[in-house]
Design a protein around this ligand. Structure first.
Ligand SMILES: [Zn+2]
Ligand SMILES: [Zn+2]
Length: 378
């Protein structure tokens, strides 16, 4: 009996060199999430990435790194093409010789762009970025599967074309695919009928990010990465989607803890009758938020008034009134008669400013402006 499959024309050798994409099993959501509950260990991940990189790939990347060091203004894809077309024997030397002799023929105008902001300084390029290195087959397959899952509205051939253009780098290909997906008519129809959000770089809707309840904080969901089967891609996805969310949640936790600690401190200080009245705004504050001027009177000035005075000096019209250049610090803000000639110690001004998020920057600006004005006066 003749099988219908016999009519399918196979490539030379009677078999596919590599299994075509449509024959490969798709990673199911269940298999992706089996390991996701276990948090990623950075050390374990680094070891796994090193193991995934075979000896040949390591040699190719070492040669590529050396070529980028020798010719820093040439785009790495020129060297990648040349290295792949040569056998592993002395390929670094052969490529170097070809570039030195007939550089223009191979480079064809593919030079690395100079950063826009420093046109006068000579171009300086960093060492070979990870996205420009040779990637392992495992990484390429994992990136392809991940992007197929993420951009269901795009055809597989479009995704493969974009990947080939970006050296199979997930991070580089993602913005282009996102742009393509937002323009495609298939995406518009899918979004309309399936009432599904289009693919974005937002971890909330990413298919490889799973949100699970946090046992320590029931109100906050914790993001977990669904493993892709390739540690290198796992690492990249973790850096892109999980780490920023964890850092933001950690900052929010620290802010709320600090606010609560301040509230408790104020309540306890009030109970113990240990509040001090600011002699500028006449509000009561605990010891931790009060400073004094260095005059004989020792006026109490609160941190809030110091922050307002420093902001007015920096961004308003109050520089000459609020800053004493002989002491490089803030003048006393107490409205006394005769006017107090004291200053607030710079260390206390720094402490007051640093209670705000961008306070360290304001403190640095204040010091820089004071120093430059003193130098001009000298
Ligand atoms: Zn005050
Ligand atoms: Zn004073």
């Amino acid at each position: 009996m003749t099988s219908v499959f016999s009519s399918i024309v196979l490539p030379k050798g009677g078999r596919f060199l590599r299994k075509p994409d449509f024959l490969k099993p798709r990673p199911s959501d269940e298999s992706l999430s089996t390991e996701s509950k276990r948090p990623l260990d950075p050390d374990e991940l680094l070891n796994a990435v090193a193991e995934e990189e075979g000896a040949d790939l390591r040699d190719l990347n070492t040669a590529l790194g050396a070529l980028v060091d020798i010719f820093p203004d040439v785009q790495p894809d020129v060297f990648r093409e040349m290295l792949l077309s040569l056998s592993d024997e002395s390929r670094l030397e052969v490529v170097t010789e070809h570039i030195l002799r007939n550089g223009a023929q191979y480079i064809q105008g593919r030079y690395r762009k100079k950063p826009k902001d420093d046109k006068d300084t000579p171009a300086r390029h960093d060492a070979l970025p990870k996205d420009e290195t040779f990637r392992s087959e495992k990484y390429k397959r994992a990136v392809k599967d991940t992007l197929y899952l993420e951009f269901k509205s795009l055809s597989h051939s479009s995704i493969r074309a974009v990947l080939a253009e970006h050296n199979y780098s997930y991070a580089l290909a993602h913005p282009t695919l996102q742009h393509l997906a937002s323009k495609s008519w298939r995406a518009t129809i899918t979004t309309f009928f399936a009432r599904k959000r289009p693919a974005t770089s937002d971890p909330d809707s990413h298919p490889h990010v799973e949100w699970l309840p946090n046992t320590a904080e029931p109100l906050n969901l914790l993001p977990y990465l669904k493993r892709t089967g390739c540690s290198e891609l796992d690492q990249e996805l973790y850096r892109m989607y999980i780490a920023p969310v964890l850092a933001r949640q950690n900052q929010e936790r620290l802010d709320s803890d600090e606010a609560m600690a301040n509230e408790m401190n104020e309540a306890e200080a009030e109970e113990a009758d240990a509040l001090f009245d600011c002699e500028c705004c006449f509000t009561a504050y605990p010891f931790e938020q009060i400073s004094t001027c260095d005059s004989h009177a020792g006026h109490f000035i609160c941190f809030r008034c110091i922050k307002h005075a420093a902001n007015e000096a920096l961004y308003g019209q109050g520089w000459a009134r609020n800053i004493d250049l002989t002491k490089s610090s803030l003048r006393c803000l107490a409205p006394s008669v005769p006017e107090c000639q004291g200053c607030i110690a710079p260390e206390l001004v720094r402490r007051a400013l640093c209670t705000e998020r961008d306070g360290a920057m304001n403190w640095q600006k204040l010091q820089e402006r004071a120093t430059s004005e003193i130098l001009i006066k000298i």
